[in-house]
Design a protein around this ligand. Structure first.
Ligand code: FAD
Length: 198
C-alpha cells in the first residue's frame, strides 16, 4: 500500500509548494512538491469543476493505490453556465484560436428555435463553431440558449474525438431541433489568416 498522509491544509503545510495560480502545485499525477502529499480538486486550481475533481480523485487512486499511473487530461473540458439563457462552451474561443492558429474559420448563427416560435416566444439561440482552417478540426463550440448545457456535453464527445467540420457536416440533422444547426452550418461567417512573418 502506498504511503499517503492525510492532512489538514492550513498555515505552514509542511513546505508544500504553491503554484503561480494560487493552488497547490502538482504534477500530472497530482503529486505535490512533498513526497507522500498529493492534491486533487479545487485546491490545485486547475479546472475547478465537480467532475474534474472526481476524475482527478479516480486518477490519484489508480496511480497511488492501483499501480496504474494515470494522468488527467484537462484539455477540452465542456462547461456550462446555468443562467437564463443557458451557456455551453468547449475548447477555444474565437479570440484564443486567432492567437494560437495560423488560420481560423468561424461558423455561427443566431435564430429563434422552432419550439420557441410555436410557443409564441421570442427566445433566441446562438451557435458558434471555431474551426482550425488548416486541419478542418473543430477546436471550439459555443452555444447560448435553451438546453445549451445538454448539447455541449455531446459536442464534447465529438471534439475529444478530434472531429472535423466535415465530420459535423456528414451528420444528418434531427429536425426540428435547435441542435441541427451544429450540422447545417454551411457558410463561414468569417475567416482569419495570420500574416506570414517577415
Ligand atoms: C456557487 C458554486 C457553484 C458551482 N456550480 C458548479 C456546477 O454547477 N458544476 C460544477 O461542475 N461545479 C460547480 N462548482 C464548482 C464545484 O463545487 C467544485 O469544483 C467542487 O466542489 C470541487 O471539489 P473539491 O472536492 O475539490 O472541493 P470542495 O467540494 O470545496 O471540498 C473541499 C472540502 O474541504 C474542506 N476544507 C476546507 N478547508 C479545510 C481545512 N483547512 N481542513 C480540512 N478541510 C477543509 C471544505 O469544508 C470542503 O468540505 C460550483 C462552485 C460554487 C462555489
Amino acid at each position: 500500500m502506498a504511503d499517503v498522509d492525510l492532512f489538514v491544509i492550513g498555515a505552514g503545510s509542511g513546505g508544500v509548494r504553491i503554484a503561480k495560480n494560487g493552488g497547490i502545485a502538482v504534477d500530472e499525477f497530482s503529486y505535490s512538491s512533498v513526497p507522500g502529499i498529493y492534491a486533487v480538486g479545487d485546491v490545485t486550481n486547475r479546472v475547478n469543476l465537480t467532475p474534474v475533481a472526481i476524475r482527478e480523485g479516480h486518477a490519484f487512486a489508480d496511480t497511488v493505490f492501483g499501480g496504474k499511473p494515470t494522468a488527467v487530461d484537462h484539455g477540452n473540458v465542456p462547461t456550462a453556465v446555468f443562467s437564463e439563457p443557458e451557456v455551453g462552451a468547449i475548447g477555444m474561443t474565437e479570440a484564443v484560436a486567432r492567437e494560437r492558429l495560423a488560420r481560423v474559420d468561424i461558423y455561427k448563427t443566431s435564430f429563434r428555435p422552432m419550439k420557441m416560435s410555436l410557443a409564441g416566444r421570442d427566445t433566441r439561440a446562438f451557435f458558434k463553431l471555431v474551426v482550425d482552417g488548416e486541419t478542418d478540426r473543430v477546436v471550439g463550440c459555443h452555444i447560448v440558449g435553451a438546453d445549451a448545457a445538454e448539447m455541449i456535453q455531446l459536442v464534447g464527445v465529438a471534439i475529444k474525438m478530434k472531429a472535423t467540420k466535415s465530420d459535423f457536416d456528414a451528420v444528418m440533422a434531427v429536425h426540428p431541433t435547435a441542435a441541427e444547426e451544429l450540422v447545417t452550418l454551411r457558410e463561414k461567417a468569417v475567416s482569419y489568416q495570420r500574416e506570414a512573418a517577415e
